[in-house]
Structure formats: structure tokens, C-alpha cells
Design a protein around this ligand. Sequence first.
Ligand SMILES: Cc1ncc(COP(=O)(O)O)c(C=O)c1O
Length: 400
Amino acid sequence: MWAEDFSDLAKTLKASEIRELLKVTQMEGIISFAGGLPNPKSFPVEIINEITSNLLDRYGEKMLQYGSTEGVNSFRDTLAEYFMKTHDFKNLSRDNILITSGSQQGLYLLGKVFLNPGDIVVVEAPTYVGALTAFQTFQPTYVEAELENDGMSMELLEKKLKELKKEGKKPKFIYSIPTFQNPAGVTMSLEKRKRLLELAHEYDVLVVEDSPYEELRFSGEKIPQLKALDNDGYVLYLGTLSKVLSPGMRIAFMIGDEEVIHKAALAKQGVDLCTSPFVQYIAEEYIKGGYMSSHIPRIIELYREKRNIMLDALEDYFPDGVEWTKPDGGMFLWVTLPKHLDSEKLLPKAIENKVVYVIGAAFYPHRDHKNTMRLNFTYPSNEEIEEGVKRLAKVIKEAL
Ligand SMILES: Cc1ncc(COP(=O)(O)O)c(C=O)c1O
């Protein structure tokens, strides 16, 4: 009835593949590798129950009131201390931290703060589809740097930055998910991290480090975050408690240069006034009271087993000519089919066989890669992982 009155922007909005797919996943008997959901078994329900009732007794009035847009000060202080102590971030104070309602909001705010239509954003190819959705409102132009098994190609990045410079252009920022990347599950090497920062300095470009999976390492050595290698405000870090506490609580944080944080807070005012203080107090106690550090190993144990089951099943059932990444953490892995296969065309066959995944093309701004798919291993049960891989293998073998 009102569709004609929608704004030009609203007219361009359509449901993403992933949202559409989530409908299919509700069907009886479907095994879904498509979602990006943490396993509900990872939620610390009892801890939250205990923390919440204690906090309500002590701080009920503050928890239920509006809060400042920047976030609850004591929570920002707790985060500053946490990241300096456990992640080696340099010289943080609460003024470097904005509490956001999910990192998804952080991405949207960055778009609001930095992007005019046509401005350039460098992204990994493939990249997080939700970032493309968040930035889309501001109509940027994307430059892609191919993702390799050890992170974004620095050669390609340098080449593109050089070309842009020759044309008198400069990206507004480089968006990267360096650790346990969504969708591909790969992690950027230390050498590449250092090189990325050198290039950021050389070409004077901000780096946005989006790191929701950082704490979920199952194997391999910890690699310092880009933000930990940054001494002078070239990295803007997005962190979230969605994967180590609860995505339903919608609590995350942006850490970076004071001037950017201040501007992002102004941008946030018009969006939601503030992130729920109720939830911020609970999150603060979850970190400060040591609950988070004792709970994370349980999540890691749960997910490590699931990753191993998926890797073993892929090895056992997938045909020759299909490749996949072997993530050291996070929630996803990335399958590359032989070039002539199109994962979008295979999807109806997969649904017929009662298994779903997300087509790889969804993760490329120009949707020009057809032979890949993302598999989530954290949500399905262990039995479903094995059975789902078996079903998918059958679909791929038939197509071959
Ligand atoms: C790379 C990446 N960034 C941001 C988000 C959004 O996280 P949040 O729940 O904090 O909004 C996700 C969620 O899956 C993600 O994978």
C-alpha cells in the first residue's frame, strides 16, 4: 500500500540469501550449514542468571535507566584494562572505546562516519556479507583484495593502492577480518599483518579490524591482533561478545582513535541513543568477575570437536578436486569446488537432499565467484555434521 512512497534507498533493500535460506533451514529434517549461529550449548545461562540478580540488587536503578551514548564508563574502563592486559593493546582509555549494539552497528556507524557515495572501501574477497549490507546504505565503491590461505593478498593490496594513488584516489578504509575469517575461516599471518600496517602508513589509510572470533582458537599459536601492532591510531578495532557470551544480548565495542570514537558516538545518537545499560552492566561483570575467561575454554572445547568432525567427514566423503580450508578457530570453513561447478545451481539439489549451505557468491561485492560455499560447523549437532557432509558429498559427486 505504501511501497511507492518508499525512499530510493528502501527500494534497493532486499532480503539477503542468508536470510532467505534461514527459512529453508526451518524445514523438517534439513541439516543446515548455512547459519552463522553460535551453538546454544555455548551460552552461559546459569552464570548470567546469577550475575543479573546480584547486579539488579546493587545497581537496579542505573541498569534500568537510559545511559550515555558512549557506554557505561566503568564498562569502558574494564574493556580498556582487559585489552591492554590480555591482548597487548597500547595506551587505551575509555575515550578510545564506544559501546555498540553489536559489531553490526559498529560497521554501520563506520559507514555513517566515513562514507560518501562512491568512496572507496578495500575489502577481502570473499568478505563478511553483513559488512557489505551495513556499508551499502552509503553506496561505496569496492576494491577487492583476494583472500589467500594466510590472509588478504598484500601484493594485490599494494598494487591496487598504487593504482588508486596514480589516479589521485585513496580508500576511506581497508576492511579486514584477519582472524578466523568469516566466511573463509583463514587467519592472516604475522608477516602480512605487519605488511598491512606498513601499507596503511605508506598510503595513509585507516584499517578496520573486525574480530568477532578472536577468542575462539582451537589450535595453532595466537597471533597479535592488528590493533596490538598499532602504535598510532591506524587501526580501528571492532570486538563483540556475541560469540563468547550471547549474540542475543547485542553487545560489542569499537576501539580506536579518540576523534573517530567521538564522531561515531555522535552518529550513534541518532540510531539508538545508547546500547542497553542493563546488558552493559552484566557484560562488565562477566569480564571483570573472571566468568568470561573461565567460560571460553568450554566453548572452545565444544567447537573444536565439531570442527574436527567436519574436517574428518570432508576427508572421508568429499570427492577429489574439491578443496577446503582448515580453520584454527572461529565458526566457518570454505569449500572450493572445481571451476565448472556453480554452488548456486547446486543449492536446489542440496535442499532436495536436505542439506543447506551459503553460496560463495554472496560474500563477494561483485558476486563474480561461483564455485565456492561457506559451511558453518558450530550450530549442527555432531551427528548432523557427519550426515550433512555425506549428503553434500553425494550432491557434489552427482554434479561432477
Ligand atoms: C565478521 C563479522 N563481523 C560482525 C559480525 C556481527 O556481530 P554482532 O553480533 O556483534 O553484531 C559478525 C557476525 O557474525 C561477523 O561474522
